[in-house]
Write a protein that binds this ligand. Structure first.
Ligand SMILES: NC(=O)c1ccc[n+]([C@@H]2O[C@H](COP(=O)([O-])OP(=O)(O)OC[C@H]3O[C@@H](n4cnc5c(N)ncnc54)[C@H](O)[C@@H]3O)[C@@H](O)[C@H]2O)c1
Ligand SMILES: [Zn+2]
Length: 360
């Protein structure tokens, strides 16, 4: 078990990672009542063990349907109403037990319910354990715009038990691992080299190895958000691979790829872009691309329309005045931020990766 510490303007909080991490919830006292927000399938599978470990036996959770569409204002309203009906007051606490969707929705409701109550993140997907549960960003989607309305509000505690990942589908599991690869590129040769060794043989059933992986990848996020809670500049680096990735997700109506898969394509494209822009040595680019590929098969990106993706790039939330802010890998452990990238290079990077003309 490991305890990581996030520094935040509100004083900071612990991220507890490891088998048995949920038991740390027993130490949270002084609340008038505790509520759990989760999804039906997840609760059916893990609810009994979670409530026993958390010291909340017999808990009856608030349920939202699985999937991104629950991250909405109507669902935030329903959850808040149910909290009220069940007697939640200003000194109640909410635990978000689920992936990034439940985490973002739960954080959003908690940070606004009666102007804010404490909440805990108990993440259950790889993406949530290494990324979304930390940093205090909460949000709901408004129509097509993801995360349009949200808050920044630190959780009281994050408890990540990697054993819960055992029930993920292989595809969802791989999707989360692409984000771990991103963290490897951001972090440096230590984590990157270790991932090169272990990723090809990693199985969800290998709990000890998964625990180390979550600890090491979560540490990257902890380091970034501890230095920059409000995303002035540093937090941008977490966007590596996401500029192309978001555009690919949007161009395909959020149906064809899981988020991490779109990010994987985005990583390959931005690696190639960095090479074309003369910022990345091809030998390093090759190593990075190889690590992306080591996670496993990706659904093909053929057929995604180039003009549509290129058009969407400037609509990225990080774009300023129509200029795309690129996060380019320069070497393992170093990225740069620049808007100075020729449009032809962007189109070429997309095309070469899409057509399989460049494979790293
Ligand atoms: N707040 C942040 O800083 C931040 C950062 C990155 C992403 N996000 C958000 O996170 C969301 C994506 O998160 P996600 O990938 O965890 O998606 P998700 O929460 O939708 O979970 C993915 C799928 O896995 C299922 N699931 C969850 N835990 C499981 C388990 N242990 N076993 C089996 N199935 C399980 C869910 O039902 C769902 O179908 C997006 O909405 C994104 O915007 C937020
Ligand atoms: Zn992501």
């Amino acid at each position: 078990m490991r305890r990581l510490r996030v520094k935040s303007s509100a004083g900071g909080y612990d991220v507890i990672v490891g088998r048995g991490a949920w038991r740390a919830l027993r130490g949270l006292r002084g609340y008038s009542s505790t509520f759990i927000l989760t999804e039906p399938g997840l609760w059916k599978h893990w609810g009994r063990r979670f409530s026993r470990d958390a010291g909340l036996p017999g808990a009856s959770p608030l349920l939202v349907p699985a999937g991104e569409s629950s991250k909405s204002l109507p669902w935030a309203g329903r959850v808040a109403s149910e909290l009220l009906e069940r007697g939640a007051d200003r000194r109640s606490m909410l635990i978000a037990f689920g992936g990034g969707v439940v985490g973002d929705l739960g954080g959003f409701v908690a940070s606004t319910y009666m102007r804010g109550i404490d909440y805990v993140q108990a993440p259950t997907t790889i993406l949530a354990q290494v990324d979304s549960s930390m940093g205090g960003k909460t949000a709901v989607n408004i129509r097509a715009m993801k995360n349009l309305v949200g808050t920044i509000c630190a959780p009281r505690l994050v408890v990540s038990d990697p054993r819960v990942l055992a029930s993920m589908t292989p595809r969802a599991f791989r999707s989360g691992l692409y984000e771990v690869v991103k963290h490897g590129i951001l972090s440096g040769p230590g984590l990157f080299g270790w991932l090169e060794k272990i990723l090809p043989g990693l199985r969800v059933s290998n709990a000890a190895l998964l625990e180390t992986l979550v600890v090491r990848a979560a540490q990257v996020k902890v380091d970034v958000v501890s230095r920059d809670e409000r995303e002035a500049a540093l937090r941008h680096v977490l966007n590596l691979g996401h500029t192309f990735g978001h555009a690919i997700e949007e161009a395909t109506g959020y149906r064809r790829y899981l988020h991490g898969e779109a990010v994987a394509w985005g990583l390959l494209m931005v690696i190639r872009l960095a090479e074309l822009a003369g910022r990345l040595d091809p030998a390093n680019g090759k190593r990075m691309a190889r690590l992306v590929r080591a996670v496993g098969p990706l659904p093909a990106v053929a057929g995604v329309r180039e003009e549509r993706v290129l058009g969407l790039l400037t609509r990225d939330k990080k774009a300023v005045g129509g200029k795309v802010l690129w996060i380019l890998p320069e070497r393992i452990g170093k990225v740069c931020e620049t808007s100075d990238v020729p449009r032809e290079a962007v189109a070429r990077a997309f095309r070469e990766v899409q057509r399989g003309e460049w494979n790293g």
